[in-house]
Design a protein around this ligand. Structure first.
Ligand code: ADP
Ligand code: MG
Length: 257
């Protein structure tokens, strides 16, 4: 039932016909997904269904075997002008942030240095400017007082909020979140979901891979169910999470009740 949305002027990021195998194992078998400005799309599905591989393809951390990624209508390649690409993957990643399950903070940099690294190195901001922006985002995620702490001194929830501030400091057009609460102790999940919920309320364009089904239902405009490397069902939170019709989607959701 999944079809690519027509290329609308306000489409930020679009995947068309994405296929990917690892060796003999086909992991993605033709995925189409478009993210419109301000839209929040959650991707749910069983472990091994290809969710991480797909979201990594969306910012070219994995190179698709077939299909294409378009950013604001422009085809992305490994390099500019590579096979007709209109922009290179570096440009894509400057505009599309990603947050991972395991935070991936730089361990030998302070919280503030983690957040200023991209803006100074990639965007060419002055240290002073980058620190001012970083402090704004650290305040937004409730961690301004941790600016001089080391990652090892933080809880998992705090680390993940720093990782989100770091992504935001690049002032991305869209954010990709891959199971950002899955590595957290249960009591720390809420503080991170709260930050993501506020971003959704502020109109941030996001694709969110998550096992937090009720959260997905609450914050998403659209929910996608992946299974076996395809989008098996897609629709509103109501259609997918509350009144599922697809048999394997029902079976999948039943595990969370
Ligand atoms: P999900 O995020 O839905 O759990 P993944 O995208 O991580 O699924 O994985 C889909 C399948 O691809 C799994 O069978 C996994 O073992 C395999 N896979 C993922 N990454 C690699 C890789 N780098 N090399 C080989 N196989 C991989
Ligand atoms: Mg995954």
């Amino acid at each position: 039932m999944s079809v690519a949305s027509p290329a609308a002027a306000d489409t930020i990021l679009e995947a068309r016909g994405i296929a990917k195998s690892f060796g003999q194992l086909p992991v993605l078998k033709g995925i189409d997904l478009a993210l419109t400005a301000g839209e929040v799309v959650s991707i749910i599905g069983p472990s091994g269904s290809g969710k991480s591989t797909f979201i990594r393809c969306m910012n070219m951390l994995e190179r698709p075997d077939a299909g294409e990624i378009r950013f604001r209508g422009r085809r992305v390649g490994a390099r500019f002008a590579d096979h007709g690409a209109e922009i290179g993957q570096g440009t894509l990643r400057r505009h599309v942030g990603m947050v991972f399950q395991h935070f991936n903070l730089f361990p030998h940099r302070t919280v503030l240095q983690n957040v200023t690294e991209g803006p100074t190195v990639v965007l060419g901001q002055s240290q002073k400017e980058a620190e001012a922006v970083a402090m704004d985002y650290l305040a937004q995620v409730g961690l301004a007082d941790k600016r001089d702490a080391w990652p090892a001194q933080l809880s998992g929830g705090q680390k993940q909020r720093v990782a989100i501030a770091r992504a935001l400091a690049m002032q991305p057009d869209a954010l990709l979140l891959d199971e950002v609460t899955s590595a957290l102790d249960p009591e720390l999940v809420g503080e991170v979901l709260g930050v993501v919920r506020r971003l959704a309320d502020q109109g941030m364009t996001m694709a969110i891979v998550t096992h937090e089904i009720s959260f997905a239902a609450e914050v998403s405009d659209r929910v996608v169910f992946m299974e076996g490397g395809v989008i098996a069902a897609e629709g509103s939170p109501q259609e997918i999470c509350r009144e599922p019709r697809h048999e394997r989607l029902k079976a999948f959701l039943a595990r969370f009740n």
